[in-house]
Design a protein around this ligand. Structure first.
Ligand code: KG4
Ligand code: ZN
Length: 334
């Protein structure tokens, strides 16, 4: 029997979750709309807003789970990677609460948590499996041998897939975060209306910076010919660009599956909420005889439920941290 309170504040979402015996009771997230007008996350504003939201979010998660603070057996939080000022809010909060309740503290790696979001609901992937982790900060293909052992088979050498969506959205004046907006407009667009080049990077690594530049030039050239180019072609631009990103991601995933012989395939991270990626993965799975796993959309973007499930596996093994644990901005190892 265990009840864990999990906290996440690595970027611009403040989130708290309660997990009981491996099952999520509550997952409360507050997204910071305040960044939309800046076209991206402003770190200083993000940490101040986490500070403002954290008490209410934690209280709501506890109250809705119908438990009280004294029932909590452990507190977990995202230790990194992420924005350091944002991470420090829940790191300090978790340390203080663990001390006052005299219960264990568990620091969680944010990327590992994105992958383990696949273990929140049924069916759960079987080991070993491959996971395409696509978020605003990372793009990786991982081989996962058990809950806490991962190997990076390939990763982006420049921008992440989420950045490729967000930066393109900014060029065509769609609000931040651009990914969900491109997804929405692409639904009624033609994937063949515009052609963007497939990046040429060897092995299982990725590059998105060239694709973004080619997007910028296409839009500029279009505007030179027609000043209403964006408005006249919005859905088609989104559909064609999204198609290129998704095809590229799946092409590498297919290569990884062929090379490793692994047919258990999972998605994770904010971009895994993309409806076209989810649809195309299913098609690839039929062709290649894959078993696929995709977390529910609310567990793809940043959330504390994924921190909770990751800490559950650490809790089971007695892998606790002490008060000297430090938040870290950059990924050191998985
Ligand atoms: O995992 P996440 O919430 O935060 C990070 O750890 O980075 O991912 C955020 C990223 C953003 O770049 C956002 O545009 C993208 O996920 N995203 C999407 C969709 N929903 C979120 N990208 C494409 N289509 C979506 N539906
Ligand atoms: Zn994330």
């Amino acid at each position: 029997m265990s009840i864990i309170l999990a906290l996440e504040s690595s970027c611009d979402d403040t989130s708290a979750a309660i997990l009981k015996d491996g099952n999520i009771l509550t997952n409360i997230t507050s997204s910071q709309e305040v960044h939309n007008k800046y076209g991206g996350v402003v770190p200083e504003i993000a940490s101040r807003t986490h500070q403002k939201n954290i008490f209410f979010i934690v209280d709501t998660a506890i109250e809705k789970a119908k438990i009280s603070k004294k029932d909590i057996d452990a507190i977990s939080f995202t230790a990194g990677p992420g924005l350091i000022g944002s991470l420090l809010v829940t790191t300090s909060f978790a340390k203080g609460l663990a001390l006052s309740l005299n219960i264990p503290l568990i620091g969680v790696n944010h990327l590992q948590a994105h992958v383990l979001a696949n273990f929140i609901d049924e069916p759960k992937p079987k080991f070993p499996f491959l996971c395409l982790l696509v978020s605003g900060g990372h793009t990786q293909i991982l081989r996962v041998d058990d809950h806490l052992h991962f190997e990076i088979l390939g990763q982006t050498l420049d921008d992440a897939a989420g950045e490729a969506f967000d930066k393109a959205a900014k060029i065509i004046d769609l609000p931040y975060p651009g990914g969900p907006n491109i997804d929405k407009h692409a639904k009624s667009g033609n994937i063949d209306a515009f052609s963007f080049p497939t990046p040429k990077i060897k092995a299982l690594d990725f590059s998105f910076s060239g694709l973004k530049t080619s997007f910028l030039y296409s839009v500029r050239d279009g505007i030179k010919e027609n000043k209403n180019f964006i408005a006249d072609n919005l859905n088609n631009i989104c559909a064609s660009y999204q198609h290129r990103i998704v095809s590229y991601l799946l092409q590498k995933l297919e290569k990884a599956s062929k090379e490793t012989g692994i047919k258990e395939i999972a998605l994770a991270g904010g971009v895994a909420a993309n409806s076209y990626l989810r649809k195309k993965l299913i098609e690839k799975a039929e062709k290649n005889n894959w078993e696929t796993y995709i977390p529910a959309s609310q567990y793809c973007t940043d959330n504390a439920a994924m921190i909770a499930i990751t800490s559950y596996y650490k809790f089971e093994k007695g892998l606790f941290d002490n008060q000297s644990i430090k938040a870290y901005a950059r990924q050191e190892k998985l």
